[in-house]
Design a protein around this ligand. Structure first.
Ligand code: NI
Ligand code: MN
Length: 226
């Protein structure tokens, strides 16, 4: 699988020949100023929750590319009102088979209000299973015991986890989350974007290494084979 990082929690995975973008927040991310949002091509956008740092570029990318946007029921309805009609509503616990593989929506312990104050439903994570491999994106979340259920559904080859603390798990909890989902390769997201979530990258890598795990922190704009 290939993974491109666009800053904060925005990344794209290519599987089954389809490009899948997560949580687009590029225009308003100063650290991603070298990424031209108008050059981002995608077949799908998956939204973990309604917070502005996860959805701010969704309407423009969806309208330009015609991609399908997958989100919880409330965000799906909100997007329809913004003029984005190619949407697929899901909700926690449900799964659906798309043309690239199957996605199960997992529990995330967070909140999900939309930027205009609309109710944004429940936050979610996603577990992807495909012929090319499996991966788990937790979304913004605390560490939860529910993560222990993930490998019973499908064992991830890699996990994308927030590590910035304050709003989500910190590095130590992300190591425990990787244990719960039985995965030793983690892509860290949701760090350094704002003052509240600054981390020491070398210390974070060392904490994972001490637990026998690998923490990948791709540069913004970098594409890695994973
Ligand atoms: Ni959030
Ligand atoms: Mn966030």
């Amino acid at each position: 699988m290939k993974l491109s990082f666009y800053g904060h929690s925005c990344f794209q995975v290519t599987i089954g020949g389809k490009k899948i973008l997560f949580d687009p927040f590029i225009t308003y991310n100063e650290l991603a100023k070298d990424i031209d949002v108008n050059q981002v091509e995608t077949d799908y956008i998956f939204l973990s929750h309604g917070h502005v740092d996860h959805i701010s570029d969704t309407v423009s990318i969806a309208q330009r590319t015609g991609c399908k946007v997958v989100a919880n029921w409330e965000i799906h309805e909100w997007l329809n009102k913004q003029g984005v009609s190619n949407t697929h509503p899901m909700n926690t616990g449900g799964k659906w088979t798309f043309d690239f593989g199957t996605v199960k929506c997992t529990v995330a312990q967070h909140s999900s209000g939309l930027p205009d104050g609309s109710y944004g439903g429940s936050p979610m994570g996603f577990l992807f299973s495909s012929g090319e491999g499996n991966f788990y994106y937790s979304g913004d979340t605390a560490l939860t015991l529910d993560m222990q259920l993930i490998p019973a559904w499908s064992k991830p080859d890699f996990a994308v986890l927030p590590i910035g603390d304050n709003f989500t798990m910190d590095v130590a909890d992300a190591v425990r989350a990787a244990d719960f989902v039985q995965c030793s390769t983690v892509v860290g997201v949701h760090y350094n974007t704002f003052g509240f979530i600054k981390i020491n990258e070398a210390e974070a890598r060392a904490t994972f290494a001490a637990a026998g795990k690998q923490l990948l922190l791709p540069a913004i704009g970098e594409t890695i084979d994973i």
